[in-house]
Design a protein around this ligand. Structure first.
Ligand SMILES: [Zn+2]
Length: 176
């Protein structure tokens, strides 16, 4: 599966994974509805936060931190009840949206996510149950609400499930 086109916009807010393997993808909304302001915040000195990717309203995908590096996007987290250093093991994807639950995510954003997220899960072998929203893993529970409830997570999960199953079939065929 090939990587979708990304625009490099480096952020300083990362450090080393120290060898931790990637096995989670975390989706976020930015909380503004302004990609330019979000890029400035995630790249600016004072924020101290960045995801690996930002998907703008027009479907453009910005890469802020290299996949190999540990981006600072998730804070304190637990996965299925087990406290974990989520930043070390995950890739973070920010989706530009104000997070009110009333502003629709755009068709272009869904299309971008439908190519980016399957690429990430198949490239790094992320299991489907480890494709999560920030609100699913942040602790204490209820402290985060992203991505907002009007984000069609099921749509992304379907595409990812189908990409994982065809990747599995290709692997089986290669072994036979
Ligand atoms: Zn978040």
């Amino acid at each position: 599966m090939s990587k979708p086109l990304v625009i490099d916009k480096p952020s300083p807010h990362f450090d080393s994974r120290k060898g931790t393997r990637i096995d989670v993808v975390v989706l976020h909304h930015t909380g503004s509805n302004n990609g330019r302001a979000d890029l400035a915040w995630l790249r600016g000195q004072e924020s101290g936060v960045s995801a690996h990717y930002l998907v703008d309203r027009d479907g453009r995908i910005y890469q802020l931190v290299a996949d190999a590096d540990r981006a600072w996007h998730a804070g304190r987290c637990a996965l299925r009840g087990v406290v974990t250093d989520m930043n070390s093991r995950s890739l973070g994807v920010e989706i530009v949206n104000d997070g009110t639950g009333r502003t629709p995510y755009t068709v272009q954003q869904y299309q971008a996510l439908e190519s980016l997220v399957p690429y990430l899960v198949t490239t790094y072998g992320v299991p489907l149950e480890n494709l999560v929203g920030h609100k699913d893993v942040a602790i204490p529970a209820g402290c985060k609400n992203d991505p907002s409830p009007n984000f069609d997570f099921a749509r992304i999960r379907r595409v990812v499930a189908s990409a994982l199953s065809s990747a599995g079939q290709q692997a089986l065929a290669a072994h036979s």
